[in-house]
Write a protein that binds this ligand. Structure first.
Ligand SMILES: [Zn+2]
Length: 119
């Protein structure tokens, strides 16, 4: 869904997303694997809730998430993408923390003290 929506419909989508996220958390639907497509797009694997040994692949494409499940085929927002969204938010905040840690710790060339690794 990349088309623009009115404000009212955006809020509805947001509510729907929240509901899907609750379902995903309740059922323990989490990202169990990540990788890249041949053309370099990020892929996340989320277990199917109904089928054993089945994973849905969520691809980050065109600034959105694309899932291969039935719900997504019919244009509905699915719990797999909700799970991936959670994961991406966690990754984004981890990156922010890493950047903060980097900028708060001295670079090796800034540190002129002699130190030993054998302490
Ligand atoms: Zn899905």
């Amino acid at each position: 869904m990349t088309t623009k929506r009115t404000r009212q419909r955006t809020e509805t989508a947001q509510e729907y997303y929240e509901r899907m996220r609750e379902v995903a958390q309740r059922d323990g639907l989490i990202v169990v694997g990540t990788g890249h497509t041949k053309d370099g797009r990020r892929v996340y694997a989320v277990p199917s809730r109904t089928e054993k040994n089945r994973w849905h692949l969520v691809v980050v494409a065109h600034g959105a998430l694309e899932c291969d499940c039935t719900a997504a085929k019919f244009g509905r927002y699915c719990r797999h993408r909700a799970a991936v969204r959670d994961r991406m938010e966690a990754e984004a905040s981890a990156t922010r923390e890493q950047r903060a840690a980097l900028s708060n710790s001295p670079k090796p060339r800034d540190d002129t003290r002699v130190f030993s690794v054998f302490k």
